[in-house]
Design a protein around this ligand. Sequence first.
Ligand code: HEC
Length: 155
Amino acid sequence: MKVYVIAAIGFAALTLSSCDSKEKAEKDAAANPSPQQILANTPATHGKLSKPVELTTPLNQEWVKTGLASYEMKCLACHKLDETRIVGPGWKGVTERRTPEWIMNMIVNTDEMLDKDPTAQEMLEQCLVRMPNQNLSEDESRHVLEFMRHNDGVQ
Ligand code: HEC
């Protein structure tokens, strides 16, 4: 009896913590393109970035550090670093499913992305919470991107 109750509570917690209904998650999984397909369908630039984003390896470790600090202060409440969705999607793999320009625009140009970008709008439909613009500068958002690359295993 006790076991059932605990299981029921666990199930309820699980259901509540995900922002998708089960049906919707299944539908999304079926319709979910691979990261490569998403990338191929994403225009190289959106919005108002002043310059193309250059990615370097090895990573700029200073930027990883400042990016981490921004994450802890302004993003951590809604984004986990693994795949788990809390308010927003977990960040694991984000640099593989999105272009660098798309990610930086989502950070500095959040409202326009949520108004116009089909991928961002799809996420909004799933999460039902509109990501607030966190007022990062373009440089700060570049540092967060470096931290995301670090989180995705780039050296
Ligand atoms: C109040 C919660 C909240 C905060 C704080 C927040 N976000 Fe978000 N974020 C979201 C939600 C929700 C989404 C999904 C789109 C939507 O529903 O608006 C999202 C989506 C994203 C995406 C796209 C993820 C993907 O899988 O494609 C990126 C990138 C992102 N956020 C970056 C950031 C960064 C960087 C910060 C901190 C500077 C931040 N977010 C702070 C809620 C938040």
